[in-house]
Design a protein around this ligand. Structure first.
Ligand code: SF4
Ligand code: SF4
Length: 189
């Protein structure tokens, strides 16, 4: 009897793991919004993570045991250190991921949401670049704050002021879509 219960438990765990892998391969590859600085500014390491190993993969670990996003291990499509990624990355499931996993949202709908969100993030980055901040190694949120501070320090001409207005609207739209579709109860940063 005990053997049968153990086997049933193993089957349930394996099925859950297989389902998680399937959701990840269906929607996460090619998304990367939780790695590229669109949603998070940084990630905190957890007990058991190995900073030295992560540094050897190119991640810059701060004295506060955090690494910034965009993550150095993200190649634009996927995580290059997937099997050795930190604990938080292993545990993190955005809201959209959870909804696909539970069947509440279809894969096709999720892919449309990801496409829309990536377009919104691209728009913000493009306006930031147009306003003189082209540093793609910094998260969108940090770049937005830096640009805001810079523009508030001088009297912008009309064209710059109008462009900054577009930036605030684009940033607001990005935040709305991220809050609606991606924020879950847990957080990477
Ligand atoms: S934001 Fe969500 S869907 Fe996109 S890669 Fe991260 S967990 Fe996957
Ligand atoms: S280590 Fe991998 S999963 Fe974690 S933030 Fe970097 S690219 Fe994403």
């Amino acid at each position: 009897m005990k053997v049968k219960q153990d086997n049933d438990r193993i089957r349930v765990v394996r099925a859950a793991a297989g389902q998680a892998r399937s959701v990840a391969s269906e929607i996460c590859i090619g998304c990367g919004l939780c790695c590229d600085g669109s949603i998070f500014a940084d990630v905190k390491l957890q007990t058991g993570d190995r900073p030295d190993m992560l540094k050897s993969y190119g991640l810059q670990i701060s004295s506060a045991k955090r690494f910034c996003q965009p993550c150095a291990a993200f190649n634009g499509q996927r995580c290059e250190i997937y099997s050795g990624r930190p604990t938080y990355c292993r545990q993190f499931e955005c809201l959209l991921y959870k909804r696909v996993k539970s069947g509440e949202t279809s894969t096709a709908a999720a892919l449309r949401i990801i496409k829309k969100t990536k377009a919104a993030a691209h728009k913000v980055r493009s306006i930031l670049s147009n306003l003189g901040d082209a540093d793609e190694h910094v998260s969108i949120g940090k770049r937005f704050r830096q640009t805001t501070q810079r523009i508030q320090h001088y009297r912008p001409d009309n064209e710059t002021a109008a462009r900054y207005g577009e930036l605030t609207v684009a940033m607001h739209e990005l935040n709305l879509v991220i809050r609606e579709h991606f924020y879950a109860s847990q957080d990477k940063a």
